[in-house]
Design a protein around this ligand. Structure first.
Ligand SMILES: *Cc1c(COP(=O)(O)O)cnc(C)c1O
Length: 365
């Protein structure tokens, strides 16, 4: 048997005709940029994310970048985030000229540990970027409390968490601004790159829309400098076709996770979900000190798997100038050594899940 990490074919097959039709419509209209599908998608996703505004952008990375730009964060500023995330979170902080400041995670959820944030705040700190890793929200009440106390912006990196809930509220509506990605491996993926920014702040939404088109308003008049951060019409058209399936896909992932939990909980550390959270399982990540052995066995058994993430960002070569050394953020370092993510996509069959469980069980019990 073979179990891929992700099977986009299984997802595409039932909607193929509709997606191709939607793409044909874009070609027929020739409105490749700023077509009506972008606005329609923004309206749908704003509502879905419990936000007043949603602004399509070219990628999740651009969502982070444009949010930092909208707050005027740059040279001399510090931004607090987690080292246990995809590179873009910290890369974006660097790209606006600010300094990433890493705070260790809570090993239970793999999310930034709010208890460790205050000690890293200086008079240069401007914002916190909590990352809702693997599809589970950060403990946002604590983040917002700290942000309020020190007058900081909160930029949610919700790239892996569209539809994820914290105390009944959706990711992207929990801070000042939310950043989403439609990279094909996310729960809602397009056919290339795409992203979204959400906010309940009218002024901020207006500024982000202006920044998205080189800071121009009206066209060819620039009071501020932005960039080309637009979401293609083609991507919006595809996403509009996929969006109606999103809740069903979340449920499929959640069912798979329950099944794995039940059968793997005595063999490895299975994902821990806080009682007030609804996780959308963009990844199903297990942890064991025998990770490397397990990964070899998974590979030999043709079971897709991936390590998110093998090197915590504070130990990346490009961030050596920040002066971190091994042992500085021990929980993140431990996670990097012990985690492995296994296939969780909604179309997994019972036979595939049982096979994954059997291979993991055989090798570790
Ligand atoms: C995917 C991802 C991003 C970047 O999104 P892109 O669309 O690939 O640019 C940022 N942060 C996290 C946590 C991600 O998982």
């Amino acid at each position: 048997m073979k179990v891929p990490m992700l099977d986009l074919n299984a997802q595409y097959e039932p909607m193929k005709d509709k997606v191709l039709q939607a793409m044909t419509e874009v070609f027929d209209s020739k409105r490749f940029v700023n077509g009506p599908q972008v606005k329609e998608l923004e309206e749908k996703l704003a509502e879905y994310c419990h936000c007043k505004h949603a602004i399509g952008v070219a990628s999740g990375t651009d969502a982070l970048l444009i949010s930092l730009m909208a707050f005027g964060i740059g040279e001399g500023d510090e931004v607090i985030t987690t080292p246990f995330t995809f590179f873009a979170t910290a890369g974006s902080i660097f790209r606006v000229g600010a300094k990433p400041v890493f705070v260790d995670i809570d090993l239970k959820t793999y999310n930034i540990d709010p208890e460790r944030i205050e000690e890293k705040i200086t008079d240069r700190t401007r914002a916190i970027i909590p990352v809702h890793l693997f599809g589970q929200c950060v403990e946002m009440d604590k983040i917002n409390e700290i942000a309020q106390k020190y007058n900081l912006y909160v930029i949610e990196d919700a790239a892996q968490a569209i539809g994820s809930e914290y105390k009944g509220r959706r990711a992207g509506s929990l801070g000042d601004v939310g950043c989403f990605s439609f990279f094909p491996s996310k729960n809602l993926g397009c056919c290339g790159d795409g992203g979204l920014v959400t906010t309940n702040n009218d002024e901020l939404a207006e500024k982000i829309k202006i920044l998205r088109q080189h800071g121009s308003k009206p066209k060819y008049y620039h009071k501020i400098i932005g960039g080309n951060f637009r979401l293609d019409t083609m991507q919006a058209a595809v996403l509009l076709q996929k969006f109606p399936y999103l809740e069903e896909w979340h449920k499929g992932r959640q069912k798979n996770a329950e099944y794995y939990n039940e059968h793997l909980k005595d063999v490895v550390v299975t994902p821990f979900v806080e009682s007030y959270n609804i996780m959308i399982y963009n990844q199903y990540t297990i942890r064991t000190p025998m990770r490397d052995e397990l990964q070899n066995k998974l590979n030999d058994a043709n079971i897709g798997n991936a390590i998110y993430y093998p090197v915590p960002l504070h130990l990346q070569e490009c961030f050596a100038y920040l002066g971190y050394k091994e042992g500085d953020l021990p929980e993140s370092e431990k996670a990097a050594q012990e985690v492995v993510s296994i296939p969780i996509y909604p179309e997994l069959t019972d036979e595939q899940k049982d096979y994954v469980i059997q291979i993991i069980g055989d090798n570790l019990s």
